[in-house]
Design a protein around this ligand. Structure first.
Ligand code: PBG
Length: 342
């Protein structure tokens, strides 16, 4: 009788190819060139969007997002120079304003000389070819940290909120933004904003709709970056329950009907099934947002030496593309583009 320890040695005498295996998929993985020939999913820097936090204050690092900073506009302009050298062609702007400027209705969001229009103008003046996307939602501007206007029960009221978002969107359009990205999850806002932009002479401004935004705990580093955590309660009356796929598809179908130019799904890595389903439902381009918590998890594990951060980053991005996303919002855009160049 053979003891178990003898088995491997005996097996080495078995001739490679002697078993009647009909198909051997490993043949297509034999060399770098062969693997390259049969690679199904590609990732290019032009498919990455870099989300940035513009601030009225000083440059401040975000503790939970290593490598990410709140940037004054001048620093943002320098950052863009670097982005362009690695092939990033699009940014998405979020605003960080002083807490004392925040109020219940988000007054700062509607000012012609507010931070968002100012940042858009300066960026477009210096880099006209850069695609500038502006986040449209009230949470960075409201004292309560919710994305819209609230009633006495702190319920975010839908229709008044979309009218308020219209004011914010017009300021961005007047400042020369290419695309607005409403991230509020109110009903009917894509149709409302499309009509408003068209009637005010901005038919070329695009709408990238956050069509599916799950109520996720992966947004907390972002809320640290903007100091925008809801002071009370949560966002479950407007963001989608992570348990619901059909509801997510309904949101996408509605935004498609309301003439969104592109759909965005977030978080990314917990929504790969949704990305794939939406891909088969719409003809529109789909983006996925690798959100702050996804970035933080990769960075934290890498900092501990538990994973290879660069490899896990690229693996996550290719998985998001494979699921069906045309483009990806990621705080690691610059890093990933640099790695793609190597
Ligand atoms: C809010 C908004 C959030 C994000 C983008 N827009 C956070 C939230 O809904 O509380 C999250 C992005 C991220 O986590 O990277 N309008």
């Amino acid at each position: 009788m053979n003891t178990p320890t003898c088995i491997p040695r005996d097996l080495m005498t078995l001739q490679e190819g002697s078993l009647p295996i009909i198909r051997r998929p490993r043949r297509n993985r034999a060399s770098e060139a062969w693997r390259g020939l049969v690679t199904e999913t590609l990732l290019k820097p032009s498919q990455l969007v870099y989300p940035v936090f513009v601030t009225e204050g000083p440059c401040v690092p975000i503790a939970s997002m290593p490598g990410v900073f709140r940037l004054p506009v001048e620093d943002l302009l320098e950052e863009i120079e670097e982005l362009l050298t690695v092939g990033i062609q699009a940014i998405n702007i979020f605003c960080h304003i002083h807490n004392k400027k925040k109020d219940a209705i988000g007054t700062e969001a509607y000012r012609t000389d507010g931070l968002l229009p100012t940042a858009i103008q300066e960026v477009k003046r210096r880099f006209p070819e850069l695609l500038v996307i502006a986040d449209i939602a009230l949470d960075p501007f409201t004292s309560h940290g919710l994305d819209g206007l609230i009633d006495e029960d702190m319920y975010v009221v839908n229709d008044p909120t979309i009218v308020a978002l219209g004011h914010m969107a017009l300021r961005a359009a007047e400042a020369g933004v290419d695309i607005i990205s409403p991230s509020d999850m109110m009903d009917g806002r894509v149709g409302y904003l499309r009509h408003l932009l068209d009637t005010k002479g901005f038919c070329r401004v695009g709408i990238l709709s956050y069509a599916v935004k799950f109520a996720s705990s992966l947004y907390s580093p972002f809320r640290e970056a903007l100091d925008s955590s809801p002071r009370k309660g949560d966002k479950k009356t407007f963001q989608v329950n992570p348990a619901n796929a059909r509801e997510a598809l309904l949101e996408c179908a509605l935004d498609d009907q309301e003439a969104a130019d592109m759909l965005l799904i977030k978080p990314a890595i917990t929504s790969l099934d949704i990305i794939a389903k939406v891909r088969s439902q719409t003809l529109l381009p789909i983006g996925a947002y690798q959100v702050s918590g996804e970035y933080a998890m990769i960075k934290a594990a890498a900092a501990n030496g538990w994973i290879n951060g660069e490899e896990v980053l690229m693996e996550s991005l290719i998985a998001i593309r494979r699921a069906g996303a045309d483009f990806i919002f990621t705080y690691a855009a610059k890093e990933a583009a640099g790695l793609l160049k190597k």
